[in-house]
Ligand binder design. Structure first.
Ligand SMILES: O=C(O)CCC(=O)C(=O)O
Ligand SMILES: [Fe+2]
Length: 380
């Protein structure tokens, strides 16, 4: 079939705004937004015009973006952050820390840098009882990098870059069930198809179910360290294809159905602030290791996903309370949201994602355990 020529202006479709009141907005969300002067008169959430064609989406951020990691500027002892906190609780040995007694919106620049380093070291950091508007959440995200504005994800009206995470909303688009929970209820890393994928990512859940709706994170530092040193040599420096969650049409062959953004990145990367190696694959969006036949790639990736997902000692499972913020580093983790409440109670949050550097590998970089002097004879 001959390619269909479509002028670029026509490649934006779905400009329809959300139907008003399709889902009742929980009172606590409404109160948070009213306090922040969010205009809800045109419905909620705001849905950006969805680009139809794949090449338009590739073109959105297809150039080098400047990036300096906030954590790499920080005082290694994180004195400004820790001395102001009431308590700093490590939730497991390898991943997850909760900070008590600080409001994210009030952090000083120095504390924000130190928090960047803490996130780089602990992979995910939690703050309960936060009073934070979507605008303040976005401002904090900008400290950690260019805030991603998604071409089609719903966002808070008037605050592009604040993605709405509202499983009930997604469930109206794709029917979720107990056996097929879908969406965020599988292990994944966000936005791996970007040229410079996600770094510090901040989900503020303002409303959560009384029971359930936990989120799990697993450590990519520790997943890498679970591998034998000989196996690490097999995967070090290798690259794979990473795919987007959302599909778009090929301009040349629109009948072919949805196509995905694909980028090549290393499967082991080094974090710029810590300098430690982390496994960087995920079952949802890492498709194929370059240079290997597909069955070979499938076996190796399958093993890596298993190591990452099945070792509970390298994971944290977090029980939310209303108004809690989780800040995780998508360069270092996979995550998975439990849908055990089955949509029976509202769960709603806003997410701001800072894009980071182009992923890179460094052969002589240490693992976390090596750098911290924890590595045993079997680790080296
Ligand atoms: O709802 C959650 O707990 C996490 C959802 C998710 O995958 C995300 O915000 O990236
Ligand atoms: Fe996610």
């Amino acid at each position: 079939m001959a390619p269909i020529a479509v002028p670029i202006t026509e490649s934006i479709v779905d400009t329809v705004q959300p139907k008003k009141d399709t889902l009742p907005l929980p009172d606590a969300v409404r109160a948070r937004f009213e306090k922040a002067n969010i205009d809800l008169s045109n419905g909620y959430p705001y849905r950006p015009a969805k680009p139809l064609y794949l090449d338009d989406v590739y073109n959105i951020r297809d150039t080098d973006r400047p990036y300096v990691d906030a954590g790499s500027r920080a005082d290694k002892d994180k004195t400004a952050l820790f001395s102001a906190a009431k308590e700093v609780k490590h939730l497991t040995s390898h991943i997850g820390t909760e900070i008590v007694g600080l409001q994210l919106k009030d952090l000083t620049d120095q504390q924000k840098d130190e928090l960047g380093l803490l996130i780089a070291e602990r992979s995910v950091v939690f703050f309960r009882d936060q009073d934070i508007s979507p605008q303040e959440q976005k401002k904090l995200g900008e400290w950690y990098g260019e805030v991603e504005v998604h071409p089609q994800a719903p966002c808070v009206p008037g605050v592009p870059g604040t993605t709405v995470i509202w499983p009930a909303l997604q469930a109206t688009e794709v029917t979720a069930s107990f056996r097929q929970t879908g969406g965020a209820s599988r292990w994944h890393t966000d936005l791996v198809h970007e040229r410079q994928p996600a770094g510090v990512t901040h989900l503020h859940n303002d409303v959560v179910p009384k029971i359930g709706g936990d989120t799990l994170w697993a450590s990519g530092y520790a997943a890498y360290e679970k591998l034998s040193p000989e196996f690490r040599k097999i995967i070090d420096g290798r690259e794979a294809i990473y795919r987007s969650a959302h599909g778009y049409l090929s301009r040349e062959n629109p009948e072919a159905g949805p196509k995905f953004i694909e980028r090549v990145h290393p499967i082991v990367r080094v974090h710029p602030a810590t300098g430690w190696k982390a496994l960087w694959v995920n079952r949802a969006y890492t498709v194929r290791i370059l240079g290997l036949d597909k069955p070979e790639s499938d076996v190796i990736l399958g093993y890596l996903f298993d190591v990452y997902e099945k070792n509970v000692d390298i994971q944290v499972r977090f029980k939310w309370t209303p108004r809690t913020s989780a800040l995780w580093d998508n360069r270092l983790t996979i995550h998975n949201a439990s849908w055990d409440y089955e949509g029976n109670e509202p769960r709603h949050g806003t997410r701001v994602t800072a894009l980071a550097e182009k992923p890179y590998f460094q052969k002589d970089a240490p693992t976390r355990r090596q750098a911290l002097g924890l590595a045993g004879p079997e680790d080296v």
